[in-house]
Design a protein around this ligand. Structure first.
Ligand SMILES: Nc1nc2c(ncn2[C@@H]2O[C@H](COP(=O)(O)OP(=O)(O)OP(=O)(O)O)[C@@H](O)[C@H]2O)c(=O)[nH]1
Ligand SMILES: [Mg+2]
Length: 234
């Protein structure tokens, strides 16, 4: 049984002034307080040119600046700095259901799991995923299942809930991909690791706030190539 004093929420941010406030506000802080958990919020900011850092700071978040580009790079810098026994991740664009993270945390505790990934397909809100992205995500998820025998539906979900010490049971963070493939890579590493109890849990996806940074085809193709390369070299 894990003893929790602090839970760290890590949010990578790049010009997310429209989503960061809503994302932080939606966390059920009452539940944390009632359970005696400190809530540490860290944003790993890619040198945003808008009000992202200002808003996050006002809402009590710690700010780490990581100028090196990349979604994965942000997590690689942020995760070692988490002081919590548990880490929760997700985009800062108000797409992920941060209002439900206390439920996922409770599930992790009750079932004594080490790593939970969330399935956005269980509840796609209107306008949250274009047909193009749905198609791309489906191909990537099927590829992951075939290549690595990991039975998950959503290989690209960016919301994970895990024990910080699970990071010691997988490959070192430094060798993870710096870009979007970080998301599928952490799932492969956790689901394939010995002594890491994993689960995918139904979740939801809301429409994005703020500008899109993803380059659908380029990033989708990169993710797919990454899967094949990892399969061959592992
Ligand atoms: N620090 C940092 N954060 C980044 C970088 N690129 C993206 N992010 C953040 O990482 C999260 C995921 O990026 P998104 O642009 O939302 O990618 P996505 O969810 O695949 O695409 P959408 O469907 O448009 O939401 C967001 O919170 C971004 O602000 C980067 O280079 N550095
Ligand atoms: Mg996003």
């Amino acid at each position: 049984m894990i003893n929790i004093t602090t839970i760290t929420v890590i949010l990578p941010t790049l010009n997310e002034e429209k989503g960061i406030g809503k994302t932080i506000d939606s966390i059920n802080k009452e539940y944390f307080k009632n359970h005696g958990w400190n809530l540490e919020i860290i944003i790993v900011d890619g040198d945003s040119k808008d009000k992202t850092r200002e808003i996050a700071k006002k809402k009590g978040a710690k700010i780490i600046i990581e100028k090196r580009k990349g979604y994965g790079r942000a997590y690689k810098t942020g995760m070692p700095q988490a002081t919590g026994e548990l880490i929760v991740t997700g985009d800062a664009d108000a797409t992920y259901p941060f209002d439900r993270i206390h439920q996922y945390i409770q599930l992790l505790i009750d079932k004594d799991l080490d790593f939970i990934t969330t399935d956005r397909f269980a509840e796609l809100k209107h306008g949250s995923m274009s047909v193009k992205h749905y198609f791309g995500n489906t191909i990537l998820a099927i590829s992951l299942r075939i290549l690595f025998f990991i039975n998950i539906r959503d290989s690209q979900s960016g919301m994970w809930i895990f024990k910080k010490n699970a990071l010691e049971k997988i490959q070192p963070l430094q060798i993870f991909n710096d870009g979007m493939p970080f998301s599928e890579e952490i799932k492969i590493e956790m689901f394939k690791a010995k002594n890491v109890k994993t689960r995918e849990t139904p979740s939801a996806l809301h429409p994005r706030e703020g500008e899109v940074k993803l380059e659908s085809f380029k990033d989708g193709w990169r993710n797919l190539k990454f899967l094949f390369k990892k399969r061959i070299t592992k």
